[in-house]
Design a protein around this ligand. Structure first.
Ligand code: PLP
Length: 385
């Protein structure tokens, strides 16, 4: 199989599995227990927290372990709104966020908050001037993702934070699920107050992530129970998952330069090959300010879902829009936000490479894909409007 869907999930790194193994077997203690077995689990979590904090350049107490990106996004939006609703009831986000943010924003609207969704330009970028105009005295939170999962565009977070700081004391959250491990992230540089990430997008295990919360940020716990995570997120810690997450970020940091060069080379071969060999193909997202592993396209007159099936029959795993909405024939909200018509938006394909991909994988895709697109254009009824 040629796996080109690393924005959906990634294979577990063998080094990560090895680090996790003791905590899936003999080191099974509950980190809250007083005896040695429990205390060794506690030490493993403490070490993992230090590693994750070092990765982002924050203090260990600013890292809250979660069950992944979805929980981190929910926690950031709902936790900030519910704790700071007395200061104001206005939240700003963008039209291209992950569903975890968009659905959380809708839940806040049902509870009487007002939500502004900033538009993006044709390349998927949020304009800091538009944010400046949307900020109000009662804005308590701005949530704009670091990099987009469907089109790979990296947002100018530093500028967006700068504009926010000038005009208000709203908190700034960023969903860094796609960018973590792919591009350098120093939270001090970005200037954000909250950042969510997920281990399985960077060769870690599924079902674990973290929310970084800068000290002084007031956040209402969502998961109630014991006093875990300094009373901010109850529940017996996923020790093996947390250890795996820390190992995954440590490896990402150690290997980032070499990996980035490899990913960019494969990505650029893919983009150049597709655009040269397939007529009426267009790159979506920003041509330069995009994730190093991410290539996304629109093919006029083709339905992305049909293309996925053809690719699958040839052993190529890819995605059309986000995995969460695949299976339904609604065009992606992200592609629509770029300003494309509905029919056009249905022809989207995302190919996201990983460190395990080779030039031979790219050759294979460039061999198959042009014929598939040509065949589907003849077969499917989508008009080439
Ligand atoms: C995958 C993803 C999420 C969700 O993370 P999970 O750990 O799978 O819940 C959130 N945001 C973005 C941008 C993602 O790509």
């Amino acid at each position: 199989m040629v796996y080109l869907d690393h924005s959906a999930t990634t294979p577990l790194d063998p080094e990560v599995l090895q680090a996790m193994m003791p905590y899936l077997s003999e080191e099974f203690g509950n980190a809250s227990s007083v005896y040695g077995l429990g205390q060794r689990a506690r030490q493993a979590i403490d070490q993992a927290r230090d590693d994750v904090a070092a990765f982002y350049g924050v203090a260990a107490k600013e890292v809250i372990f979660t069950s992944g990106g979805t929980e981190g996004d929910n926690f950031a939006l709902q936790g900030i709104a519910r704790r700071n609703g007395n200061r104001g009831r206005h939240v700003i986000t963008s039209a291209v966020e992950h569903d975890a943010v968009l659905r959380s924003a809708e839940a806040l609207e049902r509870d009487g908050f007002e939500v502004t969704r900033l538009p993006v330009d044709r390349l998927g970028v949020v304009d800091p001037q538009a944010l400046r105009q949307a900020l109000r005295p009662d804005t308590i939170l701005v949530s704009i993702m670091h990099a987009n999962n469907e089109i790979g565009t990296i947002q100018p977070i530093r500028d967006l934070v700068g504009v926010t700081r000038e005009a208000s004391d709203a908190y700034f959250h960023t969903d860094a699920v796609q960018s973590t491990g792919k591009i350098p992230i120093a939270i001090e540089d970005l200037g954000v107050d909250l950042l969510s990430m997920s281990a399985h997008k960077l060769h870690g295990p599924k079902g674990v992530g973290c929310l970084v919360v800068r000290s002084g940020v007031r956040l209402e716990p969502q998961m109630l129970g014991g006093g875990h995570e300094r009373n901010r997120r109850a529940g017996t810690e996923n020790v093996a998952g947390i250890v795996g997450l820390a190992k995954a970020v440590s490896i990402a940091r150690r290997d980032m330069d070499a990996n980035t060069a490899h990913l960019i080379r494969l990505r650029d071969r893919l983009i150049a090959g597709v655009l040269a060999q397939i007529p009426r193909a267009e790159l979506t997202g920003h041509p330069q300010r995009r994730l190093p592993h991410h290539a996304s396209f629109l093919f006029e007159g083709v339905e992305g879902e049909s293309l996925l099936l053809q690719l699958d029959m040839n052993g190529i795993a890819a995605s059309s829009g986000s995995a969460c909405t695949s299976g339904s024939l609604e065009p992606s909200h992200v592609i629509l936000s770029l300003g494309y018509a509905r029919d056009r938006a249905l022809g989207s394909l995302r190919l996201s490479v990983g460190k395990g991909n080779t030039d031979a994988d790219i050759d294979f895709v460039l061999e198959c894909l042009p014929q598939m697109v040509a065949r589907l254009r003849v077969m499917t009824p989508i008009s080439a409007a």
